[in-house]
Write a protein that binds this ligand. Sequence first.
Ligand code: HDD
Length: 696
Amino acid sequence: MTDAKRTQQENYQAQDPASGPLTTDQGVAVDHTDDSLRVGERGPTLLEDFHFREKLTHFDHERIPERVVHARGAGAYGYFQPYESCAAFTQAAFLQDPDVKTPVFVRFSTVQGPRGSADTVRDIRGFATKFYTSQGNYDLVGNNVPVFFIQDGIKFPDFVHALKPEPHNEIPTGASAHDTLWDFVSLQPETLHAIMWLMSDRAIPRSFRMMQGFGVHTFRFVDAEGNGTFVKFHWKPRLGVRSLVWDEAQECQGRDPDFNRRDLWQAIEAGDFPEWELGVQLVPEEDEFAFDFDLLDATKLIPEELVPVRPIGRMVLDRNPENFFAETEQVAFHTANLVPGIDFTNDPLLQARNFSYLDTQLLRLGGPNFAQLPVNRPVAPVRTNHRDGPHQSVVHSGATSYTPNSLGGGCPAIAGADAGAYRHHVERVDGETIRRRSASFQDHYSQAALFWNSMSDWEKQHIVDAFRFELGKVEAMSVRARTVEVLASVDGTLARAVAEGIGVPAPRQGADHHKGNSPALSQESLRGDGSIRTRRIALLVADGLETEHLAPIREALSSRGATVEAIAPHDGKITGLDGSGYVVDRALPTVASVLYDAVLLPDGPPGDSPLLTEEAAVRFVRDAYRHGKPIGALGSGVALLERLGVAADAHGVVTAPSASSRGDGAPSSDDGEEFTGRFTEAVAAHRHWNRPALRH
Ligand code: HDD
């Protein structure tokens, strides 16, 4: 089953370019593609040059409208496998048999920026999964945070217009720090809970591979007897939830705008397949009203302490797309792509999405046949009475394309009771035609405060800093002040801390009555397998440094799954202290600390390190320190730290004495192992807070 999608795709491969000469779209061989056909060497081009016209026309039509939101993304194929049968609560075929792997395609995205915007902006990340199941495609179109900004989809255009670059000057790109967003937020307090997540480090993930995913809405599982159970979906990354530091994220936008995209691609190419566990929170239908919030309100989560997340399977991404446009750009997700056993609820946000996704694909992909595109094709057989339309690529035979028919033998027949037809959950709904939000949707503050209360000290500090940054960029002081007023209804301390940074009066009163706390919301509780797999470690080397004893340290780190790269002032080789050549992986001018998770400084001769005169190396180490990254220093590397104003005893700075000071000229294997062990722990912890400031 895993390979069903891959096998299907093989039918759509382009001709091997090595199999013959260049041709036109009509398959006519071309012997000259550099000069257009013209009258005389300096004369006008001829209309009859069909190759020239076809080439330019095709080029002129290469672009399609980008997604109105989530335009920038990266995708990968893989598989999903359940741990055990979930028949007790859903009949979904792909959740029954632990031996069955269902192919998937996942697209991660940012929301605000256009296709060419930078990856490491402060934004929600999309996490959309297409399961190619035996019963048809199922799409779980989620985000990396569990709540949304609005409760009713009719507000989506308003919210997105406020979030997007402002229409008069199209500024800012890929950022939420501008007047219109905060104007909207300050007037629409239902946004506040999601805003708290957006201001947290969840909005600057270190990697797509290190973030959670959430279905957000309450959906419904339906078992074979038609019984429903409410369900919330959670993806938990094996590597834990890890974030960048805001300053680092900003610099990364310039150093590598493709940071998250490249990271995903490289990990899969290297065989470090990203992995998530799928978990569900299940709520029996009779408990629909058991909570102090409404299950249909997408601005609310169900605290895991109230309803634990039950792991039901895992997803592994193990294949990069062949072609970005054909696959990642043309993939079309739709919340209404459901399979038997999974159904909607009446969440008004979800109901609106069920309209919007199909509608948007019609524009983006140019008509109703987009499900025929290779990436969108189900592996389940498709038999419809839909015909024609732009880009129809299926040749339907026969005279009948209607139901009922007798001339086509009544085919395709309606699915019988045992054919796994989709049946909508039966629910009695009764009411008047009204435009009104339920009273159960009115509390916009308790869960925003729950999130705040659940943060560790460093997470709280980062949230305050983020608010100060964002609101500090807002020109209208009235908007700044009004936002602080609404924040005061979440938490007085938070509102006062923000006010202090942005030049508006502290609110007179602030809420202090929201007492809830959910430890599961803090990144502190989301450390994954605790490994250092796929962490990128920069080994800064230069001519004259001690390279002889680095091999065991590098090997130990690599064997734990980290990538160690030797970085030097120049490419090629450097000459180590013992006179031997040492291969350089990257030249300093092409990299920066923000592209690595940790730094390692080797030993060297007594006296000043040759790295001290390398400005880029100095900046590298100082940036790593400022961004809380683990730093390992051996021997004279420790002295270098001191010279750079780095406190060698700060959190996450791991040192070992000089080999030469022990007189034997080499670190003993015990020392090496002990150092590597401590350094590994520091890398696994990811970032280290509460460091003293750099001394200048
Ligand atoms: Fe949406 C794209 C996630 C609310 C309308 N959305 C889109 C994508 C993701 C989400 C991950 C990118 C899919 C891809 O990679 O192609 N959206 C969400 C989540 C929401 C949400 C988790 C709230 C729980 N969205 C939402 C609402 C509406 C839309 C309320 C409209 C009423 N979303 C769209 C869209 C997009 C889209 C306009 C743009 C491109 C696309 O659909 O395919 O239809």
